[in-house]
Write a protein that binds this ligand. Sequence first.
Ligand code: NAD
Length: 260
Amino acid sequence: MELRKVAEVLVKAKYAIALTGAGVSTESGIPDFRGPNGIWTRNPEAERRAYEIYHVFLRDPVEYWKETLRSPFREAIEKAKPNPSHYALAELERMGILKAIITQNIDNLHQKAGSRNVIDFHGNIYYLRCLKCGSRYRREEFDLSRVEEGLIPYCYCGYPLKSDVVYFGEPIPRDVYEKSLEEVERCDLMIVAGTSAVVYPAAQLPRIAKSNGAVIVEVNAEPTPVTEIADYSLRGRTGEILPKIVEEVRRIRSSSQESS
Ligand code: NAD
C-alpha cells in the first residue's frame, strides 16, 4: 500500500532526485560500514584507520599511495557489478522521473548501470584529484604500477595527486558540493536509499530538501535519523523495493494512458 503511494507521488513529482549510500551496493557484494555486517561493525580498527588516511596523504603521499593500492576494499569494488537497486534508479531516470543521483558511494555502480546525472559526493575510485588546483583526472591516465618504488602520480600543476575519494576529515570539493546543493534546492522529492545518514554534510541534504517542502522517501533496511523526517519509510532491501517502485510507476502510467 505504502509502495503504491510512493509510486504515485513519484509520478506526480516535477523534479525527483535520489541520495544513495553504501546500502544500495551491499547486494553487489561491497560491504557497507555501519550495517549489521559492515566493515566497521566487524572491525573497529578499520574505522580508526579510515579517519587517519587523509592525514597520511598530507604527511606522506608515497605512504598513502602504497596503503591505498593494497586495500582489499578497493579490490571488492573493482570486481562488483550493478545490482537491481542501481538498475531501478537508472530506469527511473530513463522514464524522465529521476533527474539526478547524489551518491555517497565511490564505486561507480550507478554510472555502470546507466544513470547519467550522477554526482559522486564522496568521489569515485576511478578518478584522481588534485587538492591544490582542483583538477580531476581519469585514473587510467596515470601509471600506478610503480607506486611501491615511490613513483606516485602528480598533477600537471606539480602537486601530488590523491584518489578522488573524499576521506573522513577532508572537505567535499567545492564544485561537487555546489552542484549537489543546486539539485537539492531544486527537487520536490528525494529518495534516500541505503544510507545510515550519519555522515555530514551528506546527512544534511535530506533536511535541506525537507525544509524546502520536498517529499522525502526513505528506503533502508533499518531506521535512521532520516526516518523521523521522512514522509514515507519503506523498510527492506533496496534491491527488492526499488524495482517494485519502478514496476508500480509503470503500472500507474500505463493505466493513466489507457484512461485518457
Ligand atoms: P553506512 O554503512 O553508514 O550505512 C548503510 C545503511 O544501509 C545502513 O543503515 C544499512 O542498514 C543499510 N543497508 C545495507 N544494505 C542494505 C540493503 N541491501 N538494502 C537496504 N538497506 C541496506 O553507509 P553510508 O551511509 O553510505 O555512509 C558510509 C560512507 O562510506 C559513505 O560516505 C560512503 O562513501 C562510504 N562507503 C562506500 C561504499 C561504496 O562505495 N559501495 C561502501 C562502504 C562505504
